[in-house]
Design a protein around this ligand. Structure first.
Ligand code: ARG
Length: 258
């Protein structure tokens, strides 16, 4: 995770970002701390990357890389405003001795668009990650990659439209995907929780699950009820300030696997 010390909305690279609307790094920091502490309280080991002045979106650590089986594919950002985040992540992993660290050749925004679901990597494209990055990830990680096409600009990263709850179990908002990708998801995940637009619009799909506890935006009350029915423990958290930049719970976390 990355503290939002320099959080601000100074440019607009997704439909949620309105630089003319006031936003506060202090409020963002309070909300972020609450998220950090709730996650740590569940027993997870949280490591931090130092925020960099002039990179207001760096709080969205999910975008920095993808880490599977100890291999690190460092992101290459679509927009120049975030491009310098790559170097910070590259250094972070190298300094800590991760053995296989690769700077991506094609644009991909890390776990914003790559989500591990059981043995496969679900991979979003359409707005940010270049579809050629999907082949690159398959080669690098040696895991099958399933490409999914995003079609609604409000849900520009896969992790704004789909969340992995546990091995082979996901929740998603069908309307964010092309017809072909909706069909593919329905076949692959017949037991999925399908979110409605109201929960999707408050970023309810931008959640983090450890297989039992699911941390999600507080306003996604419909999804919280569905999760509880299915035996999960939903934990609602307020991240309204970060939503002004188009991000929430999952965007703030990069999972370090193996
Ligand atoms: N303002 C950031 C951007 O547009 C938000 C990133 C949200 N991150 C995510 N994993 N969905 O790039």
């Amino acid at each position: 995770m990355c503290r939002p010390n320099y959080f601000d909305v100074t440019y607009s690279i997704n439909p949620w970002m309105e630089p003319s609307r006031p936003s506060s790094a202090d409020v963002a920091l309070d909300q972020w701390k609450h998220l950090h502490d709730s996650f740590a309280a569940l027993g997870h080991d949280v490591q931090l990357i130092e925020p960099v002045a002039g990179l207001p979106d760096m709080v969205f650590a999910a975008n920095g890389a993808t880490v599977v089986d100890g291999k690190v594919l460092v992101a290459r950002f679509r927009h120049e405003q975030r491009a310098d985040e790559s170097a910070a992540y590259l250094d972070w992993f190298r300094e800590r001795g991760w053995p296989e660290v690769k700077m991506a050749q094609y644009v991909n925004e890390g776990e914003g668009d790559f989500l591990l679901a059981g043995d496969v990597i679900l991979a979003g494209t359409g707005f940010r990650s270049d579809s050629r990055s999907h082949g690159e990830a398959q080669e690098f990680f040696g895991r099958p990659v399933v490409s999914l096409m995003l079609v609604d600009p409000r849900f520009y990263h896969l992790d704004t439209a789909l969340s992995v709850l546990g091995d082979g179990h996901v929740m998603y908002y069908p309307g964010a995907f092309s017809t072909a990708s909706q069909k593919l998801l329905a076949e692959r995940f017949p037991d999925a929780i399908r979110a409605d637009v109201a929960d999707a619009e408050v970023f309810g799909l931008n959640a983090v699950s450890d297989g039992r506890n699911v941390i999600l935006p507080r306003r996604a009350t419909g999804l919280a009820a569905r999760l509880r029915e299915q035996g999960y423990e939903p934990i609602g958290t307020e991240l309204g300030e970060l939503l002004k930049a188009g991000g929430s719970v999952k965007c703030c976390m990069l999972e370090l696997r193996g």
